[in-house]
Design a protein around this ligand. Structure first.
Ligand code: PEP
Ligand code: MG
Length: 754
């Protein structure tokens, strides 16, 4: 059964539109269950109906015509209950409803399984049998498993179909796709799709303009591969046993045979790019072999896949060209990497759309730091088919709009202009303090990780960097930067901000931030070797970094050092010992190193409960709400499936933050927040009310937050906080804050959302 399931899902993913996918499902499921009928009904939410979309066994003329009101019949029952309905004798069931046009009178056995994606019922997969038949528990689980898998494939196919509709009539409409928050803001521009060098099964489809040129590119790849195989075969003849060397001959034979090459060429002629056409053809042939009875022939499926991958590598090699980016680039990819982002000239990069990942992934943080609107986690986006299309990225409603209609386009342009106006309108706050109407002040600092954003912050009048993510410099290299190199980097950062403070955080790699040259393969990376744990286990690397920071501070003493991921007293003690050791060494070398301010990030829950002791050992603490939220709520900050559960306004997170602030106050030490919540108006309102001493955020949010703070009274904010703390969940708390902000005349900030 597992094998059949895998095959069906693979087949569906190779189809180009929804109806092809559904037709394939019904045929394959009917055969697998040895039943008389298999059909798929899809929910038409606009009309409140279940529509028969594909069938194998009922009259084909019924497709598209049979429409059951929501809840009607056994199909409706399966959908409304959102669980399988399995009955031996359908006509005897009270919910049964006879539909003449399907010709279903003689059918008795019935099973209907809802197809659900992210809590929404998309449709129902139905099997029927002429005789009375209760489908077995195994069959039922088979259908349930298949339906769960299909949900993803169906929404993919639906989107592919939506794109085709747009192609047929570019003016007819607009396709909206929902994602999870990446970076706020609005942008409109031309999609540039980037692909990682990837495996065959991950290659998406992509439309092309010139099939002739694409076909010739593919033929060249085949010819080059054939020549390579012949060369290999000859060389191996002398070295390997005959059987092993025969593999290359077999590959060459496969390549010379018509099916693989012609199949790909046909798909290219139909408008798909060579890698997509190759993937579809190779998977189709590999499947044929997988199903063969003869074990030897079954094995050949692996050869076909391997050969396919070799051809793909060849096609991708050629693709390594310098890209031309349009002036209004919207970068689109399955999983955009930091280096792909930085490959685009920043003045041309207007927006980001990533199929996977969420707003707290590293690339999202970078986008936010650079003020680039981004939407992540659009799980079912056929990214490959978007190249060159006009796309609007709405980081507020967290949607991507593909080919906006002229009216919508106007609307987006208007909103973008309004936003620019709001930013310009806030410029007069630049040099004013972040002080509430009743005289409560706090510091607003910038988060950073690149020279460019430190300089931008300084030029915008910001008086301090509250979090400098030093690891970004480590990402952009192919090895660990040495002490000299790091000293140059940190000196530059301190110099740009001088005399205002810069909080340099020591290396925080691991988790979602693996270094390309320092592989950490773990089952559970967020609970694994990351942050200070890596630094303490590699004291050589850690001390190099600390020495570089300290050396930079000899000339520019505006340095503070921050340790990430501190989870226990002994970890902090060890880190401090190594810092003291680095200081002593440098002083012994004759350098007059000033003693820096030292702080810890509070982002591991254990630190919240030991705050009273930890804070006595340092000069300040900075709450890392991104990780604190993830660890307190047990919600992976990068997983778009659970992104809805991730919200720093959860009462538990707010309570933890209050506890840390209380600890700070008792010890007379400052407490700041440098996670993303500092730049969110609703959260910042509460943090200010709680009494944090500083908020560090992306430059793009800074004036908005300053405006908010300068527009409210702290006493009023504290009352709202007290009300909010009585509420049950993050959504209600956010609503409470937003209502207050609205009443204060700050509605323009609210579009900013979560
Ligand atoms: C945090 O966890 O809130 C934080 C600021 O650190 P990072 O996002 O870099 O993990
Ligand atoms: Mg963190």
């Amino acid at each position: 059964m597992l094998e059949i399931l895998r095959r069906i899902v693979q087949d569906i993913n190779a189809t180009r539109d929804l109806s092809e996918a559904l037709n394939l499902i019904v045929v394959e499921v009917k055969a697998a269950l040895h039943t008389d009928v298999c059909s798929v009904y899809m929910n038409d939410y606009a009309r409140g109906e279940h529509v028969l979309m594909a069938t194998d066994g009922l009259r084909s003329g019924a497709v598209g015509k049979v429409r059951l009101k929501f809840g009607q019949g056994l199909t409706g029952l399966a959908a409304s209950r959102a669980e399988p309905v399995n009955v031996e004798d359908a006509p005897a069931h009270p919910a049964f409803r006879y539909v003449a046009v399907t010709g279903e009178a003689p059918f008795h056995g019935f099973i209907g399984v809802p197809i659900i994606r992210r809590r929404k019922v998309l449709g129902v997969l139905v099997a029927q049998q002429r005789e009375q038949r209760k489908y077995t528990a195994d069959e039922e689980s088979f259908l349930v498993t298949l339906a769960a898998q299909l949900a993803g494939s169906i929404s993919q196919a639906e989107i592919r179909q939506g794109l085709e509709r747009l192609d047929d009539n570019a003016l007819s409409g607009t396709l909206f796709l929902e994602g999870v928050a990446g970076a706020r803001g609005l942008a409109i521009g031309e999609a540039v799709v980037v692909f990682p060098a990837t495996t065959l099964d991950r290659i998406p489809d992509k439309d092309i303009e010139d099939p002739e040129a694409e076909a010739s590119r593919f033929r060249q790849a085949v010819a080059a591969e054939l020549a390579e195989l012949q060369r290999l075969s000859e060389r191996m003849r002398r070295l390997l046993a005959a059987g092993d060397q025969a593999l290359f001959d077999a590959y060459a034979m496969l390549l010379s045979s018509d099916s693989l090459v012609n199949g790909t060429l046909e798909r290219i002629a139909a408008g798909n790019w060579a890698p997509g056409a190759l993937r579809a053809t190779v998977l189709e042939y590999a499947n044929i072999f997988t199903e063969m009875d003869d074990p030897y022939l079954r094995e050949r499926a692996a050869d076909i896949l391997d050969l396919g991958q070799r051809l793909l590598d060849r096609l991708q090699e050629e693709q390594v060209i310098t890209r031309q980016y349009p002036d209004n680039t919207i970068l689109v990819g399955e999983e955009i990497s930091v280096s792909q982002l930085l490959d685009v000239p920043l003045e041309k990069l207007k927006g980001l759309v990533s199929v996977s990942g969420t707003g707290t992934s590293h690339v999202a943080l970078l986008a936010r730091g650079l003020g680039i609107p981004a939407v992540f986690g659009i799980g079912s986006l056929p990214s490959g088919r978007l190249n060159g299309r006009e796309i609007a990225v709405d980081g507020y409603t967290v949607r991507v709009c593909i080919q906006p209609s002229p009216a919508l386009r106007q609307e987006y342009l208007k909103l973008i202009a309004e936003e620019a106006k709001l930013s310009r309108g806030l410029q007069h706050l630049r040099d004013l303090p972040a002080e509430t109407l009743d005289g409560h002040r706090l510091d607003l600092h910038a988060n950073s990780g690149l020279f460019a954003d430190v300089a931008a912050a300084r030029n915008s009048g910001v008086r301090g960097v509250g979090l400098y993510r030093s690891e970004l410099h480590f990402f952009l290299r192919d090895r660990f930067p040495g002490e000299e190199e790091q000293t140059t980097i940190y000196t530059r950062v301190l110099r740009i901000m001088e005399p205002y403070p810069v909080v340099l955080r020591t290396l925080d790699v691991g988790g979602d931030k693996p270094l390309p040259y320092f592989s950490i393969n773990e089952q559970n990376p967020f609970l694994g070797w990351r942050g200070i744990r890596v630094s303490l286990d590699q004291p050589d690397l850690f001390k190099t970094q600390l020495r570089a920071m300290l050396r930079a501070s000899v000339v520019y003493p505006n340095l503070a050092i921050l340790f990430p991921m501190i989870g226990s007293i002994s970890e902090l003690r060890e880190a401090l010992d190594l810092l003291r050791c680095a200081e002593t060494e440098l002083r012994e070398d004759g350098l007059s190193v000033p003693t820096p301010r030292v702080g810890i990030m509070v982002e591991v829950p254990s630190a919240v409960y030991q705050i009273d002791r930890l804070i006595r050992m340092v000069d300040f603490v900075s709450i890392g709400s991104n990780d604190l939220t993830q660890y307190l709520l047990a919600v992976d900050r990068n997983n778009d499936r659970v992104a809805k559960l991730y919200d720093p306004l959860h009462p538990a997170v707010l309570t933890a933050i209050q506890q840390v602030i209380k600890g700070g106050r008792a010890a007379g030490k400052p407490v700041g927040v440098c996670g993303e919540m500092a730049g969110d108006p609703a959260s910042a309102l509460f943090l200010m009310a709680m009494g944090v001493d500083s908020l560090s955020m992306n430059l793009g949010s800074l004036l908005k937050i300053k405006w908010m703070i300068r527009s409210v009274r702290r006493t009023a904010a504290r009352e709202v906080l007290a009300q909010a703390m009585q509420l049950d969940d993050a959504a209600a708390i956010r609503e409470c804050a937003n209502t207050f902000l609205d009443q204060q005349g700050l509605s323009e900030l609210l579009r900013v959302g979560k």
